[in-house]
Design a protein around this ligand. Structure first.
Ligand SMILES: Cc1cc2nc3c(=O)[nH]c(=O)nc-3n(C[C@H](O)[C@H](O)[C@H](O)COP(=O)(O)OP(=O)(O)OC[C@H]3O[C@@H](n4cnc5c(N)ncnc54)[C@H](O)[C@@H]3O)c2cc1C
Length: 418
């Protein structure tokens, strides 16, 4: 759906022959595109290689909520990351929507951007208590957040189903693929060379430089930024072992009639809930209601999650009435056990930041910029994460299966029995 409603993408060709460059960026999502843009703007010679099309990974499949911070509450992030990096990480990611909306404005990116905040909706009394903690912790850190009780929240969400909602005014929404296309265009205009359909199938260190091979070309680069996140393919398939695959699907209705559309999230926010198997809700510019939750929609699972979506719309937004679901898709989120992103110096002049745990629009844009700066000045001090070694996750396949099976079981039962 995002592909259908986005403006025309850049027409990228595959790399052919050999090119020498200062920096090679691998992966055309937010991290890779932001790194490429900032490197090109700083005058570096930079080449981006994308295995498929721009936005093939999470960047073209996500909900489009430009959230501030990570999914974990600030105190938990600080505890898990430690005193040296924790509060910096919370602060940098808390401000990440600023960079996203600044780039959108600066480069005139057409991506349905709205900065009116997001609503985190309490699905239960326990969820409301968690939001009270979240509000207090963010307020302590100077963030513009506001908690609404049940009655106040209902008209803001357009639903009586929630126990309250936390408005985070720092956040907003975008058409996620259009934002990626816009970053790609800006990077190209700044002088970067971008190639599509150019998977890195091999890489080797050769006399102080990296030689990256694609099926029809080669790049000789002094430095490499790896930005493949939840979609490591070809030469980087082994990186999958360091992330837990967590799928998230979305279904979109046909554009709703104006009078119904006006009742749902009328303030222009996107929303998600406090449930452990969380759901997301937003409208796009055409007035489609887009509902998402955990799980993938291949084969039989499509029907199961589609039926759940119909039941959910009926329960949460009964004013919609009978509707067709025009589009359904899913994508892979790169998760870690502790839900904290990772910064790895993989080798000489080869770096990555990965595992945004479902929060990649702001973090990807910010970490892309920070990786560009790191590549230019060689100091990791500005990156608010410790350098760690990439480690395989024990039983990652089973853990992924557990999430998938859990999501399916929950969606079979929810709104029938639960
Ligand atoms: C369904 C879903 C919903 C989400 N919702 C939200 C949300 O609402 N808000 C939010 O902030 N985040 C959300 N996220 C997370 C967000 O989309 C990701 O964190 C973000 O896309 C990560 O950006 P990235 O550039 O690091 O990686 P990606 O966007 O995944 O890009 C990685 C790219 O690397 C390419 N690649 C892989 N291997 C190679 C290779 N060998 N050679 C060349 N290229 C290669 C892939 O083709 C891919 O295009 C969601 C994710 C999903 C899947």
């Amino acid at each position: 759906m995002w592909k259908v409603t986005a403006p025309q993408p850049l027409l990228l060709r595959a790399l052919e022959g050999e090119i020498k460059t200062d920096v090679a960026v691998i992966g055309g999502g937010y991290t890779g595109l932001s790194a490429t843009l900032h490197l090109a703007e700083a005058g570096a010679n930079v080449v981006l290689l994308e295995a498929n099309e721009i936005g093939f990974g999470g960047a073209g499949r996500n909900v489009g909520l430009v959230n501030a911070g990570l999914w974990l509450m600030p105190e938990e992030v600080e505890k898990k990351v430690g005193p040296e990096y924790g509060s910096r990480l919370v602060n940098v990611l808390g401000h990440s929507p600023d960079l996203v909306f600044k780039l959108i404005e600066k480069h005139g990116i057409q991506c349905e951007s709205i900065r009116k905040g997001t609503l985190h909706c309490a699905h239960s009394p326990g969820g409301y208590r968690a939001l009270q903690q979240r509000e207090a912790q963010w307020k302590d850190r100077g963030a513009s957040v506001k908690l609404f009780g049940r009655e106040e929240a209902a008209p803001k969400i357009g639903s009586e189903s929630f126990y309250g909602a936390l408005l985070d005014e720092r956040a907003g929404t975008v058409q996620p693929l259009a934002y990626a296309y816009g970053l790609a265009r800006a990077a190209q205009q700044a002088g970067a060379n971008l190639y599509g359909y150019s998977p890195v199938i091999d890489y080797i260190r050769e006399s102080n430089a990296w030689r990256l091979s694609t099926p029809s070309g080669r790049i000789i680069a002094k430095s490499v930024i790896l930005a493949v996140q939840g979609y490591p393919e070809y030469a980087f398939e082994k990186n999958r072992k360091a992330i837990i695959p967590y799928n998230f699907f979305q279904f979109a209705t046909s554009p709703l009639p104006e009078k119904v559309r006006k009742t749902i999230l009328p303030g222009g926010q996107g929303a998600w809930d406090t449930n452990l198997i969380l759901s997301s809700y937003r409208l796009d510019q055409a007035g489609r209601l887009i509902v998402g939750s955990a799980g993938q929609v291949e084969n039989l699972a499509y029907t199961l999650h589609e039926k759940w979506t119909h039941r959910t719309i009926k329960k949460v937004f009964p004013q919609v009435g009978p509707t067709t679901l025009e589009y359904g898709w899913s994508g892979r989120i790169a998760m870690t056990i502790d839900h904290i992103p990772r910064f790895h110096i993989l080798d000489n002049n080869m770096v990555t930041v990965t595992s945004y745990n479902g929060r990649g629009i702001g973090p990807g844009t910010v970490f892309g910029k920070l990786l560009a700066e790191y590549t230019l000045n060689g100091s990791e001090q500005d990156i608010p994460l410790p350098v760690t070694k990439q480690k395989n996750i024990y039983m990652r396949g089973l853990r992924g299966l557990f999430y998938e099976a859990g999501a399916r079981a929950y969606h079979v039962l929810q709104r029938r029995i639960l």
